[in-house]
Write a protein that binds this ligand. Structure first.
Ligand SMILES: [Zn+2]
Length: 321
């Protein structure tokens, strides 16, 4: 327990060597091809400058060099994550990515009482629906994670409908990142990054629970309207939410929680940390800040239990586990 709460972190990353899908990392998870070497080096240097400043602002330690890949390294990383959860009293953690479906499933199988894994393959792959079926029924994953700005087409593209049909039949939640992607030097805008585009999909698949992370980032307005239009849209609170710095008006963590709480109530807000790298490990500061904001707002205990754990338990169907 953390304080008096059973905490389930809905959104973190099991970052293995060569994995560029973690927050703040690379932004080309799905797209084929890569920028020219010179351009890539420039972007990398810029990103490193931004990340160094961000790390100092939060007083986070320097990331460790990339670990070796392979099964022994995955096992060691999994055990390290469990030690982090135990250290802070976190009940379970959902890994949105983890080096591919098979690698992440391997890690989850090592600690099934503590880990939940999302499938995270390219939804536009011709066999994406079949892979989704396999990821859940054979590998034991319990959700699907998509980075909308990194897709080759928009999220409402009809070619994704077989995948949505499979997801609907499986009854698992879908976590879709919209808005700016990556650290400094990442994608600030493109025609695929607006959560408003999800509305027809939400209407056509009303039993799928969609979760948009980070309060929708710069599309906080569009996400609030989408939540109003479609009851199957949820929001996660994950990450540093540093993006509020680039909004043209003042927006605090407390403002965001209050606005979404007023709009969707306590059942559709999920705590996430977006934890991803060591030696930082579980990003306890984000949890502490969010707990403080909720307590200062005098949210009822029942709402806190839902936001920090019970909503994730319901979406992942963990009751009785
Ligand atoms: Zn993330």
């Amino acid at each position: 327990m953390f304080q008096d709460l059973r905490v389930v972190d809905f959104h973190a990353h099991f970052t293995v060597k060569g994995d560029v899908s973690a927050s703040g990392g690379g932004v080309r998870q799905y797209a084929a091809g890569s920028p020219a070497a010179e351009q890539a080096a420039y972007l990398r240097a810029q990103s490193e400058r931004y990340r160094a400043a961000w790390r100092l602002a939060w007083d986070f330690p320097k990331p460790e060099p990339e670990r070796e890949s392979g099964q022994a390294a995955v096992d060691a990383l999994a055990d390290r994550w469990v030690a982090e959860l135990d250290r802070y009293g976190i009940d379970r953690i959902g890994f949105a990515t983890g080096g591919g479906n098979d690698t992440l499933a391997h890690a989850v199988a090592r600690h099934p009482a503590r880990f939940i894994g999302f499938a995270h393959h390219n939804p536009f792959d011709p066999d994406a629906a079949a892979e989704m079926q396999r990821a859940v029924t054979e590998l034991g994953l319990r959700g699907l994670k998509i980075l909308a700005p990194a897709l080759e087409r928009r999220i409402d593209d009809k070619s994704l409908y077989p995948l949505w049909e499979t997801v609907e039949a499986l009854g698992v939640p879908v976590l879709i990142h919209f808005g700016m992607l990556g650290g400094g030097g990442g994608i600030s805008w493109n025609e695929r990054d607006n959560p408003g585009a999800l509305e027809p999909v939400c209407r056509d698949f009303p039993t799928i629970q969609f979760v948009v992370p980070h309060f929708g980032i710069q599309y906080v307005k569009e996400l609030l309207f989408l939540c109003w239009a479609c009851e199957n849209v949820n929001v996660d609170t994950s990450g540093s939410n540093q993006w509020t710095r680039w909004m043209p008006y003042s927006l605090t963590l407390e403002d965001l929680i209050r606005k979404f709480y007023e709009t969707v109530g306590p059942d559709r807000i999920l705590f996430g940390s977006d934890s991803s790298w060591f030696p930082r490990g579980f990003s306890i500061r984000y949890l502490q800040d969010q707990i403080r904001a909720c307590r200062f707002m005098n949210l009822p205990d029942d709402a806190l239990r839902k936001i920090f754990g019970d909503n994730a338990v319901r979406l992942f169907r963990l009751e009785g586990d």
